[in-house]
Design a protein around this ligand. Structure first.
Ligand code: MN
Length: 205
């Protein structure tokens, strides 16, 4: 039974042709640093969105956030749960070719480490896996653009199982005026914008 499981393709793998897309193949991942990572990729596919990913149990649990993260605690951002991605995806920047799943440019909009904030009433930690199952994730993000507490709540908005909400907590990272998803368009890895990545891929054809 366990063999069958390891032979089965993940949802991530079955959606992609790795001979065509520059995205990383395979779900295997290795990590050396101790704190778990998060990444927020901006992706101009059918629609422009931000992909919010958290390292949990060796994979990247992922949500597509149409408007990106807010720094305003009064704004609730829709976050649509999508398939887990391999850890190696966290550093992926490039252009997914036309005709392939998710075609369009991707940049690493923000990256860093996170801390799990959830505790039982008695003070014991709740694992990230349990938090996902409960539909309540509470984390502290240490990124370059995004810093502070965030909650992901499984709201099932509109009756849809995949719908969660991403909400900023009130803390030193909250700021109703900043709007980084609109005003800070550059990759934290390379300084490139989505347009730069799209243009570079056209020139390389
Ligand atoms: Mn995406």
């Amino acid at each position: 039974m366990s063999k069958q499981r390891s032979d089965a393709k993940s949802a991530y793998e079955s959606k992609r042709n790795f001979e065509r897309t520059p995205e990383p193949s395979g779900m295997a991942g290795r990590r050396t640093s101790k704190a778990p990572i998060f990444v927020i990729q901006q992706h101009d596919a059918t629609t422009l969105h931000f992909d919010f990913r958290l390292e949990i149990d060796g994979k990247l649990a992922s949500w597509a956030v149409p408007k990106g993260p807010s720094t305003d605690p009064r704004e609730k951002r829709l976050a649509v749960r999508v398939e887990d991605h391999p850890l190696a995806y966290a550093s992926f920047e490039g252009c997914i070719p036309e005709g392939e799943y998710g075609a369009g440019p991707v940049i690493v909009w923000d990256q860093g480490t996170y801390e799990n904030l959830r505790r039982r009433e008695a003070g014991a930690a709740v694992s990230m896996r349990e938090s996902l199952e409960d539909g309540r994730v509470e984390i502290w993000l240490e990124g370059e653009k995004i810093r502070g507490g965030y909650a992901l709540i499984h709201s099932r908005l509109g009756g849809k199982e995949r719908n969660w909400l991403l909400i900023k907590m009130k803390d030193e990272g909250s700021d109703a005026r900043r709007k980084p998803a609109k005003t800070e368009p550059q990759s934290v890895r390379t300084g490139r914008t989505l347009e730069d990545v799209r243009r570079a891929s056209r020139h390389h054809r």
